[in-house]
Design a protein around this ligand. Structure first.
Ligand code: FES
Length: 114
C-alpha cells in the first residue's frame, strides 16, 4: 500500500494530489481517481466536490461520478453550447472512465489500495 497523507490533511470537501491520483473526501467517503480530465486534460486534483458528491474539473466544470469514473455533466461555458459535445464525453467515459483506486484509512493515515 502507498501512503497518501494523514486523514486530517484531507478533510471533507477537499481534493489533493497523490501521484497519479486525485484523492478526495466526500463527507467521509474517500475516493481516488486518475488525475487527467478526459476533456482537455486538466488536473482533477485541483478540482472540487459539488453538492452531489461529484468531482468537478477546475477548467470547464465537467463533473465526474467518482464511484464509476464516468462524466455525468459535460464541459461548461462555451463548450456547453456545442451540440452533442457533453453527450460525446459522457459516452466516452462510459467506455474509458477515470481509473479508480480504493482508499484505506488506517490509524489516522490514508493509503492507496494496490
Ligand atoms: S479540461 Fe476538464 S472539463 Fe475541460
Amino acid at each position: 500500500m502507498t501512503r497518501i497523507a494523514g486523514a486530517a490533511d484531507v478533510p471533507p470537501g477537499t481534493v489533493i494530489r497523490a501521484g497519479k491520483y486525485a484523492v478526495g473526501n466526500n463527507n467521509g467517503d474517500y475516493f481516488a481517481v486518475s488525475r487527467r480530465c478526459r476533456h482537455l486534460g486538466a488536473d482533477l486534483s485541483e478540482g472540487s466536490i459539488d453538492a452531489d458528491g461529484c468531482l468537478v474539473c477546475p477548467w470547464h466544470q465537467s463533473a465526474y461520478d467518482v464511484r464509476t469514473g464516468q462524466m455525468v455533466r459535460g464541459p461548461q461555458g462555451a463548450f456547453a453550447k456545442i451540440p452533442g459535445l457533453g453527450a460525446f464525453y459522457q459516452a466516452l467515459t462510459r467506455v474509458f472512465p477515470l481509473r479508480r483506486q480504493s482508499v484505506i484509512e488506517r490509524s489516522g493515515d490514508l493509503y492507496l489500495g494496490d
